[in-house]
Design a protein around this ligand. Structure first.
Ligand SMILES: [Zn+2]
Length: 375
């Protein structure tokens, strides 16, 4: 008996019909109080050795329809190792075709990063003598908003902020921060030790715990897109941004990296704040230099492809990167990683993956070392 289920951390699917493995019909559920949807995560049981065709009927109405052509769904038997499976987008429907080797298999838009793993990450980091852990507030669902502070503040030290998963379905962002933290806390890594002499780090590995647990693509519990809340955050609608921006006001910011995933573009790239009316060319040059160092440290990153650069004055100041560049005259950057794969350096078995996101997170420290003395 074939069964589809999704009533678990970050699960998202609605079953229309699952009588026959060769014709399983599904819909992705919308984020609560929102029209956004694209994240899916479900379990298929009882289908070992059978050819399964799982069709997402409402794929054409998803937030980023350009995300489907060329996309291959992620699958895992043990929820540790994720691989890609044959996926076709045709006539507005997305069909995953696969013969599972086990009676229990998970499929997801990208390798999930569960709230349980988030708690492990925070707890392990907090055990390190260099780390202070603060709960800076609560989400609307009552989850903790966790901030890690690494290193001691001292006169002359730079202030570096790293935040991830404003958009909860972009799980590669937290895989990336995990790599960043692992390297930063590695006593045997000389570059990390040197950076900690020069800077203090504030890291929010998950900006949106509620959206993460609910299986949302883009919004928090009440349907707010947190990356449109940075100009005027409120406790009622966007406490996650309200508390983090409040903390930033206390610490100041020299450089901030906001980690995301992009549904459509098969590239790693960084978006900056060219569209700000008060754009500081010196800070922008540092952001570009950071990217050149990043490209050298990890060739999965590139600078040719990305979002169009806005004319000064055209920026949406509710977006984190723009607002933070303006508010603190900081080097402010949005890192985008692909849901698909890097088209210039693909891995057909995994596509873009947790492991590659982790390594790109580690390489951020090389990039930072390249510019830190000029911040
Ligand atoms: Zn995003």
């Amino acid at each position: 008996m074939v069964k589809i289920s999704s009533n678990f951390d970050s699960g998202n699917i609605e079953v229309i019909e699952a009588g026959s493995p060769s014709n399983i019909r599904l819909n992705i559920r919308k984020d609560n109080n929102s029209d956004f949807y694209q994240w899916f995560h479900f379990r298929l049981t009882g289908a070992k050795g059978q050819l399964c065709a799982m069709t997402i009927e409402n794929a054409a109405g998803a937030a980023y329809v350009d995300g489907w052509p060329g996309y291959q769904a992620c699958a895992s038997y043990d929820r540790q190792e994720w691989f890609r499976v044959s996926t076709v987008y045709h006539d507005g429907e997305l069909t995953i075709q696969h013969i599972p080797d086990s009676d229990s298999i998970y499929y997801a838009y990208f390798a999930p990063y569960s709230m349980e793993r988030h708690h492990d990450l925070i707890s392990q980091a907090a055990e390190d003598d260099k780390v202070k852990m603060h709960v800076i507030g609560e989400t609307l669902d009552g989850q903790d908003i966790d901030l890690l502070t690494i290193g001691d503040m001292a006169v002359g030290k730079k202030v570096i902020w790293v935040i991830a998963r404003q958009h909860p379905g972009e799980t590669m962002a937290e895989w990336c921060v995990e790599g960043f933290l692992e390297r930063l806390l590695d006593e045997d890594d000389a570059l990390s030790r040197q950076l900690l002499e020069k800077a203090v780090f504030y890291v929010v590995p998950n900006m949106n715990p509620d959206g993460s647990r609910r299986g949302h693509l883009r919004t928090n519990a009440c349907g707010a897109n947190l990356n449109r809340e940075w100009e005027d955050p409120s406790l009622e609608r966007s406490p996650e941004v309200f508390y983090v921006r409040g903390k930033m006001d206390e610490t100041g910011v020299d450089l901030v990296l906001d980690c995301h995933g992009d549904e459509a573009l098969p590239y790693n790239f960084i978006a900056c704040f060219e569209g700000n009316a008060d754009v500081d060319p010196a800070q922008l040059d540092l952001a570009y230099d950071y990217q050149r160092h990043l490209m050298q440290a990890n060739p999965d990153f590139q600078m040719e492809q990305g979002y169009p650069k806005g004319e000064p004055g055209s920026a949406n100041m509710t977006v984190g990167t723009n607002q933070l560049a303006h508010r603190y005259n900081a080097v402010s950057m949005t890192l985008e990683m692909p849901f698909k794969d890097t088209i210039d350096s693909p891995n057909s078995h995994t596509g873009w993956s947790p492991e590659r996101s982790n390594k790109l997170g580690r390489a951020q420290l090389d990039a930072l070392a390249g510019i830190i003395d000029r911040l």
